[in-house]
Design a protein around this ligand. Structure first.
Ligand SMILES: Cc1ncc(COP(=O)(O)O)c(C=O)c1O
Length: 393
């Protein structure tokens, strides 16, 4: 079935599913490392690219392909590449586009390890970089150099919830001949389609919203055009960071309900954010759905909803943040996000504890900041849990 012209929810359920010999309703787990060739000619044809049958699971596998094709259609891209983790996807993007003497411009408050990979590893091979607040397009313009080959964005960013104008930045980057890659993990393709906004590459930690059930780690990349796709796939295959068929099966299963989960969670998030904003012990709330978010108007233009990630600052600072962690009972005290269950964490003492206080402040991570990934539970229960916990702070 050609699913390309169908609506987003229909694609979620049907795109990428191919008929097999038994008429399976969903793509089964092809748990095999290798695929037999009928004869020597078939083997030669597959290696030469004259026959698109499967060779070896690191290169391609039907269960993994079903997920790749599905997400490629959701993101309106040419094709997808699934990886072992979100960081696997980030590594493939960097490795594919960057080389010695090449310069990267990126969002300062990007996911820590995405920045660490450049500053601790790629710099060893002569890659240059500039991190700026990409929510101001003028900062990106000023940072571009003749050797800039990649503009790497995360929007909304984690946990500062800064939003970058993907269309405006893509125009500026393309005038300089640089590619634009967007980490779309926080939004998911249900809420934001960076390729439609001008980006060349979009990728996700599928560990989050795409899988949505906190039981798989994985990543996926979608390229807008064939040439970039071919380069990314070749890099993934040679790095060996492929997804596993069983992982791909679980992600495909979770993905089918993406819209339902995201819609429900963002409905909860709006109520939780408004409740927090009115609380006397809360200094401020950063949620892209609130009128108080500095880029609320851009979010309405660029995104198809507000999602379910909230950051808020407790008036009592560091100790208050830690205290809250010990008193919530319903939200799980854990890193990660985008699952059906609500997750809460305190970046200053947990995910971002390794940064210096000065770097944390520059990235907008204050001492009392709490990150809350709102799930699909009954919102009254979530608010009651926060109420009793904040009461003890
Ligand atoms: C925005 C973002 N990008 C990338 C990653 C890395 O993904 P993974 O943990 O699946 O390797 C994460 C993980 O938290 C993330 O939040």
């Amino acid at each position: 079935m050609d699913t390309k012209k169908l609506g987003f929810n229909t694609k979620l359920v049907h795109a990428g599913v191919s008929k097999d010999a038994y008429g399976s309703a969903v793509t089964p787990i092809y748990q095999t490392s290798t695929f037999a060739f009928d004869n020597a000619q078939t083997g030669a044809d597959r290696f030469a690219g004259r026959d698109d049958g499967y060779i070896y699971t690191r290169i391609g596998n039907p269960t993994i392909r079903a997920l790749e094709k599905n997400v490629a259609e959701l993101e309106n891209g040419f094709d997808g590449i699934a990886t072992a983790s979100g960081m696997g996807a980030v590594s493939v993007v960097y490795m594919s586009v960057l080389s010695q003497g090449v310069h990267l411009v990126s969002t300062a408050s990007v996911y820590g390890p995405s920045r660490g990979l450049i500053e601790k590893q790629f710099c060893k091979f002569g890659v240059e970089y500039t991190y700026v607040d990409t929510s101001d397009v003028d900062n990106v313009r000023a940072a571009l150099r003749p050797n800039t080959k990649l503009v790497y964005l995360e929007s909304p960013s984690n946990p500062a919830m800064l939003v970058t104008d993907i269309r405006a930045v893509s125009e500026v980057a393309h005038q300089h001949g640089a590619l634009v890659a967007v980490d779309n993990t926080f939004a998911s393709p249900h809420l934001q389609k960076p390729l439609d906004l001008g980006a060349d590459i979009v990728f996700h930690s599928v560990t989050k919203f795409i899988n949505g059930h906190a039981d798989v780690v994985g990543g996926i990349i979608v390229a807008k055009d064939r040439e970039v796709y071919k380069q990314l796939r070749a890099t993934m295959v040679i790095l060996g960071v492929n997804m596993d068929p069983h992982q791909a099966y679980l992600v495909s299963r979770g993905l089918k309900t993406l819209s339902l989960r995201v819609e429900r969670a963002q409905e909860n998030a709006m109520k939780v954010a408004r409740w927090l904003e009115a609380h006397p012990k809360v200094a401020w709330v950063r949620y892209v759905g609130l009128e108080s978010h500095p880029q609320h108007e851009l979010v309405k233009r660029q995104m198809n909803g507000f999602g379910s990630m909230i950051s808020f600052e407790l008036k009592g600072g560091y100790e208050a943040g830690r205290n809250l962690m010990d008193n919530v009972h319903l939200a799980t005290l854990a890193v990660s996000l985008g699952g059906v269950e609500s997750l809460i964490e305190h970046p200053a003492s947990m995910t971002h504890a390794g940064m210096s206080p000065a770097d944390r402040l520059e990235a907008g991570i204050t001492d009392g900041l709490v990150r809350y990934s709102v799930g699909i539970e009954d919102v009254n229960d979530l608010i009651a849990d926060l109420e009793q916990a904040i009461g003890k702070v």
